[in-house]
Design a protein around this ligand. Structure first.
Ligand code: PHE
Length: 456
């Protein structure tokens, strides 16, 4: 079903579709959050559980979002209005747009830190002698500095989104994603060549089952959803710009594979280097901002140029990954404001940028002067992070799989998956089974498990 509304943007090529969607998926989640969780969750044991969640639960949600977006050709809220007028399903869209604002706000704070570390490593500030733990705490708790970097990062995101789908999102994804992939491979080779790297590789490949607690399993699901950007209408929005020829199933598979590869490769960059200088792998969120600068500094000592290049390339990588993801979060909100209120893309993007800059500043301040300001017992950063990853994403994913699996006309779903019968989807039945049963039941069980203890 094509509404023929070509005034809306469209991706110009299949490569653009995959790189933009993979750009959304590959982000801080892969390079910053994934290694942290792997470090805590017993290395390979966590990775195996994570893989199960990616392919059995997150991928079916992605496919559902693609079906909704391309058949409605509208923003996350508009799509539900079109496909189920007057029905409560719209709630999934509303949660999505709300989630878009929240996720962009807290994500940009960490992206701002990344920008700061990129600049610091470019000017050679991450050299030996410094206390990186103290430097990190001093930086993030400063009232102004992180907000300045947050604003700079937000501006970069804004400039891409304001240019539209083909000239902005597609063009820059095609530029940044190949750079990102090249840097990853380069860094991995580099890191595997470091003395003592084998221990890091062993840590990644040997499952330590004793670390697998129910919490680790819940964490793996949250990580899978966050990493694939599913559950908050981001991919509904992107797929509303797919052409009629875009193959939904193979695109979803490609994005899952690229995303997982980048996450695992990041592990192969981080752990061998961390082990090679004898630091602990479970340093938590400080891993890339405290442990790694330490690693770089130690390498600087022995091989100054290599250390400099490694650290600079690493933060550029993190920055590129953050940017292609933040663009997609911004687009959820911009598409909604532009279509719902009939505003131009530039105006809509401007409104989103201003709102998120404000909310992002709240998140940033929660590491410093507003440390004691809490809502429901959490600072703003934690509150937004919790609301999105533990609540909106699983609930949104649940609603979207139910919507596509049980509410939408089966014919329409099959038409979307087969491009009106033009392609044969071999795994149609198993895929629909995942969408109708496995994903919703799995999400529900885990979601309730996670929420119940909070209210007991
Ligand atoms: N998938 C992104 C990452 O791994 C984060 C993201 C979440 C992007 C939600 C868009 C929407 O960093």
């Amino acid at each position: 079903m094509d509404t023929g509304n070509t005034a809306r943007g469209r991706f110009g090529s299949q490569l653009g579709v995959i790189l933009a969607s993979a750009g959304s998926a590959v982000g801080l989640g892969n390079i910053w959050r994934f290694p942290t969780e792997v470090g805590r969750g017993g290395g390979a044991a966590f990775i195996l559980i994570y893989l199960g969640f990616i392919f059995l639960m997150a991928m079916p949600v992605m496919l559902s979002e693609f079906v909704i977006g391309r058949s409605a050709r509208a923003n996350a809220i508009g799509a539900f209005q079109k496909l189920s007028p007057g029905k409560p399903w719209i709630l999934a869209g509303i949660m999505g747009v709300l989630g878009g604002f929240l996720v962009l706000s807290f994500y940009s704070v960490v992206a701002g830190w990344t920008l700061h570390y990129t600049v610091a490593s470019a000017v050679g500030q991450l050299q030996g002698g410094a206390d990186f733990s103290q430097a990190f705490t001093a930086f993030v708790s400063d009232p102004w500095q992180p907000i300045v970097y947050l604003a700079a990062f937000m501006l970069l995101t804004h400039l891409v989104v304001a240019r539209g789908i083909r000239q902005g999102i597609e063009r820059y994804s095609k530029l940044m994603m190949p750079m990102l992939l090249a840097i990853i491979v380069l860094l991995m080779v580099f890191s595997l060549m470091m003395p003592g790297a084998a221990e890091g590789v062993r840590f990644l490949l040997q499952p330590d089952l004793s670390k697998v607690t129910p919490e680790v399993i819940l964490g793996a699901m949250g990580q899978a959803f966050f990493s694939l950007s599913v559950g908050i209408g981001c991919l509904v929005t992107y797929s509303s710009y797919f052409s009629q020829e875009t193959r939904l199933v193979s695109s979803a598979m490609n994005v899952c594979i690229i995303d997982t590869m980048v996450a695992v490769l990041s592990g192969f960059i981080i752990f061998p280097t961390v082990f090679s200088v004898g630091l602990a792998p479970d340093a938590g969120p400080g891993l890339v901002f405290i442990t790694l600068p330490n690693v770089f500094a130690l390498t600087f000592d022995k091989m100054p140029l290599a250390g400099y290049l490694f650290s600079l390339l690493f933060y550029v990588l993190l920055l590129l990954a953050a940017l292609t993801s933040s663009i997609s979060m911004h687009e959820i909100c911009t598409a909604f404001i532009s279509e719902h209120f009939g505003k131009s893309r530039r105006q809509s993007a401007g409104i989103v940028t201003i709102i998120c800059l404000l909310l992002g500043s709240f998140c940033s301040l929660s590491f410093g002067p507003w440390q004691d300001v809490t809502v429901f017992g959490r600072g703003f950063f934690d509150l937004f992070d919790f609301t999105v990853t533990k609540f909106l994403m699983p609930l949104g994913g649940l609603l979207m799989t139910l919507f596509v699996g049980w509410y939408l006309d089966r014919k329409l779903v099959e038409q979307q998956l087969t491009n009106d019968g033009c392609i044969h989807v071999r795994l149609m039945r198993p895929l629909l089974f995942l969408v109708r049963w496995v994903a919703p039941i799995g999400i529900l069980v885990i979601f309730l498990n996670e929420l119940f203890p909070l209210f007991l």
